[in-house]
Design a protein around this ligand. Sequence first.
Ligand code: ADP
Length: 516
Amino acid sequence: MSINLPTTQLPKEPRFSLRRVMLAASQEATGTKTTSYLVTTIFAGSLYAFVSYLIIKNVPASWLIPAWISLSFGFALSFSPLRYGAEEIIRQLFPYADYDSHQLIKRLNSISYSSLTLERLTTHFFQEFEVNLSIDQILFLILDKDGQRTTRLHGFQTVPDLQPLQIQELIKATHQKPVLIHHIHPDHLRHQLEAHHIGLVVPLTNNESLQGLLLLGSKTNHHSFTTKDLKVLEAIAPKVGFAIQNAREYERVNAHNQELINTLERANQKLRDANQKLQHDDKLKDEFIYVATHELKNPVTAMRGYLSLIEEGRYGSIPPELTEPLTQVVSSNQQLITLLNNLLQIARIEATNITFTTKPIAICEVIDQVIRDLKALAEQKGLNIIHSCVNPAITIIGEKERLREIVSNLLSNAIKYSETGDIEVSYKIDQDTLVTSVKDQGVGISEKDQKMIFTRFFRVEEEAAKGIPGTGLGLFIIKEIVERMQGKIWFTSTLGKGSTFSFSLPLARSYSLKTE
Ligand code: ADP
């Protein structure tokens, strides 16, 4: 590959100066190391010959052999330090010849391969050029397919304002090779570049298309660019072209990714806002339900009081034709009170993170009381409640009222959803918990419905359960209560055969059940 280097641009020096010879040696051979080797060899050889001469002249014949042996050792030992010394002197004398072009190409290659961004690529190139070529101004003019350009500059105070037409002229002037400023035509373009102290223009192609131009400022040591510099730049230009293309690809993908991340972030933010609003609305709704329920409960309870007085005959005897409607009103009123109580209970549980005041409770006693309350209801349906309390002393940890609520709910359900058979309450100790079970031989629950049974407002729509009044809130509430008392609730059921609802609560201390 030939380089357009005009002789007028080479350093003007005497034809046979030592400096010129050394420089040529350092450029045409492999740099400082070869030159220093040459210098050291000449110097050490001369020294050796001179000392040999002195030895022959002055040392007696019997000492000649040991003297030469010593001289040989001295020569062998001193060559290396002498060579490093020579290298250092050459480095000082010819700073611009002071780089190993192979090493530099290797480093620039590795920068080209490893730099993912234009910023990193251009910064590292600048550092290498600054150290090795004494250039403190470089400008990457990166060209897009659509004629757009981006500039990356290091060291320049002002950027040459090149118009698209001038860039085209500059591209033409380079003939796809590094070109010194003095070879740039037309003149106005050259003058414009010279005004910014640009010394060299390197086109950067990736073998297919031009990716940009590298504009190098003049050398800080006022030397001209050498053939070696141009060879290095010519060798590295296609790699830089590829690196620019890759970096642009990477930056494009990165920008696209960033755009995606931003879009996701915006969508996320919208979701968060919507969620917050929903939570706020939900809270408002809960508050509304709580207030409305609370306000409704007073008149409905008052009605219950008046209905009881009417039933007792305080307002006179009830005409026979009103007995049936009155029973209906009382039952509906009772349902309404249950519903309002349930809603209030849920609102209380959800609005506050309530924890219950837990104490040891004699569970058999509480269950006996609940059974007494519900006995009449069960007997009306011909159902028998069996309470197998084998150890009345057994105590669990919980809140008495809430325990009553749990058992009352499970027993009421067992009565409500059974037409025949016994209802049995039994106990079992499982490690440090007491498992209480309420077993009935009622309508049972289908497998399909079992998954939903503890869901708020869920009611089974099987024929057998139809028409039985309820709110679908009882099991949801007691599950919350059991869990807040550190327990668990579950059930097994077979449609048409009956269900067993069980809950566990922590034992106050260890017990043994005789039936275990
Ligand atoms: P409610 O009984 O007021 O409808 P629950 O939450 O107590 O509400 O019960 C939810 C549903 O579970 C009931 O509608 C009923 O279909 C079913 N269920 C509850 N207990 C039993 C049971 N012991 N036997 C059969 N089905 C039951």
